[in-house]
Design a protein around this ligand. Structure first.
Ligand code: ADP
Length: 502
């Protein structure tokens, strides 16, 4: 087994990986950029050498620097987390070449799945259903694309071969709009990925996003650990994830699971991965892409299967067989995750930066909080403003939602604006409760950014100013605002919102 593992990441995922490493008796080595010097992931690690630099390019994305740190500190392996270098085949290859184990699939698998055209054609050939569309390995001219789009039938979706995070994607509703959209998509893909190749897909109306967790080892074992439904998205970014999906019958689950395992076998997949599908309104499913890393939403799977996916990743990377077989795996109860962001839902989800004056995550049975921050942490413009993931488990979906609502009500974050109240309203929405989800949910339904009857920030500030008795002392404003708004989880004042009898 490894003695020392470097975590080439930051935030909640670095903290989460360190936990499993330490449980396994492996030394957890964190790395950090200048702005992250005091970050939680640095504090929880056993060793934390600096990467010295400010921008991601000089730090978490600098493959050469990270490998050098791994060498100097005698690390046997590197866990890349998600984002940053996690799906970079050159980095995976450089690790192999340097004699350091990359905790993830083989570089050739990352390469082929990173190219959506290659992924789609490979898996279609293996019998996995794909979205009808037009893909070409060769460069094709606008006229050929126009003909192809006509054959597919509008609306069509233009996608980037190297795409990710929804970049380079364009919906085209009518033939006349195609040339301009093609040009825009190619330009965007070219500048974002250095690869302007695009392909066309039939645009599926109001689909569900349902993905399967897959796992393989070097001994030929391949399993799936059921699905996660991630249909609630904003700008192609997931906000709520759950397992099981309220939309899958046992029969559809079996067929999709079989397709995911076929995909994994076709690729010769090792370690953790995710096969993403969309499911249309009549229950047909289509392969979208394979993510060759640990996903943000992996805790949902951990809660329903009671398995530690990071532990399995480490074992498999060390050459051991998978710690679970298909017959051991059960999907028990229901888990739901929300992503807590420092952003202002009332102002177009603008990131909110500042110091966390108070940070008290909820605790209780079957409530899991994966935090990247603690009280006193500073949220900056440098990184994604996700503060934490809140996950609840219960025997049924209704109970998991009730527990999530309870936990959200007790999640205290002061100093920055968060999406907590938006999430609270979202899970209260009748359509959400009924499980009628699709990827355009947030475009079609109105979810209030604040709770009904809640005072605005302006009202709170006025209250705080009058309470503090001074209009010039910003510090006491902040304190009194905290004092006015923080309540113990057991307080009856919770029911009164933020108003106090002072
Ligand atoms: P990316 O890698 O950029 O995230 P994906 O292929 O994973 O791109 O797609 C992201 C999201 O875009 C999906 O979750 C789904 O909501 C939407 N999407 C992708 N393909 C289609 C399609 N053919 N029809 C409708 N929606 C789609």
């Amino acid at each position: 087994m490894f003695r020392k593992v470097l975590i080439a990441n930051r935030g909640e995922i670095a903290v989460r990986i360190a936990q499993t490493l330490q449980e396994m008796g492996i030394v957890a080595v964190a790395v950090y950029s200048d702005v992250d010097r005091k970050s939680l992931h640095v504090q929880v690690a056993d060793e934390a050498p600096a990467l010295e630099g400010a921008s991601p390019g000089e730090t978490y994305l600098d493959a050469h620097k990270i490998l050098e740190v791994a060498r100097v500190h005698g690390c046997d392996a590197i866990h890349p987390g998600y984002g940053f270098l996690s799906e970079n085949e050159d980095f995976a290859q450089a690790c192999h070449d340097a004699g350091v184990v990359f905790i993830g699939p083989e570089p050739r698998v990352i390469r082929s799945m990173g190219d959506k055209i290659v992924a789609k054609t490979t898996l279609a050939r293996a019998g996995v259903p794909v979205v009808p569309g037009f893909t070409s390995e060769a460069d094709v001219d606008a006229a050929a694309l126009q003909r192809a789009a006509g054959n597919i039938g509008y609306p069509v979706l233009i996608k980037a071969a190297a795409g990710g995070g929804g970049k380079g994607m364009r919906i085209v509703h009518a033939e006349g709009d195609l040339p301009a959209a093609l040009e825009a998509a190619q330009r965007e893909a070219g500048s974002a990925f250095g690869d302007a190749r695009i392909f066309l897909e039939k645009y599926i109306e109001r689909p569900r996003h349902i993905e399967f967790q897959i796992f393989g080892d070097a001994h030929g074992n391949v399993v799936h650990l059921f699905e996660r439904e991630c249909s609630i998205q904003r700008r192609y970014q997931k906000i709520v994830e759950e397992s099981p999906s309220p939309a899958l019958s046992p029969e559809l689950r079996r067929r999709m699971g079989d397709a995911a395992v076929t995909a994994a076998r076709t690729m010769g997949y090792t370690n953790a991965g995710t096969v993403e599908f969309i499911v249309d309104q009549s229950g047909h499913f289509y392969f979208l892409e394979v993510n060759t890393r640990l996903q943000v939403e992996h805790p949902v799977t951990e809660m329903v299967t009671r398995q530690d996916l990071v532990r399995a990743q480490i074992l498999v990377a060390a050459g051991e067989p998978l710690p679970f077989r298909t017959e051991d795996l059960r999907q028990d109860g229901h888990a739901m995750e929300v992503r807590i962001y420092a952003e202002d839902a009332a102002r177009g989800f603008l990131p909110s930066i500042g110091r966390l004056e108070r940070y008290v995550p909820p605790t209780g049975g079957n409530i899991r909080v994966d935090s990247g921050v603690r009280e006193g942490s500073v949220v900056t413009v440098h990184y994604d403003p996700m503060l934490a993931k809140l996950i609840t488990w219960a025997p049924t979906r209704d109970e998991a939602m009730a527990r999530l609502a309870w936990a959200l009500d007790r999640f205290v974050v002061l100093g920055v604006t968060t999406n907590i109240e938006f999430l609270r309203n979202l899970i209260e929405h009748a359509e959400f409760r009924a499980g009628r989800l699709h990827t355009h949910f947030l475009q079609e339904h109105t979810v209030a950014p604040r709770r009904a009857g809640e005072p605005t920030d302006e009202a709170l500030l006025v209250a705080a100013l009058s309470l503090s008795g001074t209009l010039s002392d910003a510090g006491s404003v902040r304190e009194s605002r905290s004092a006015a708004a923080v309540v113990e989880p057991t307080s009856p004042w919770l029911r009164a919102g933020r108003w106090r009898n002072t």
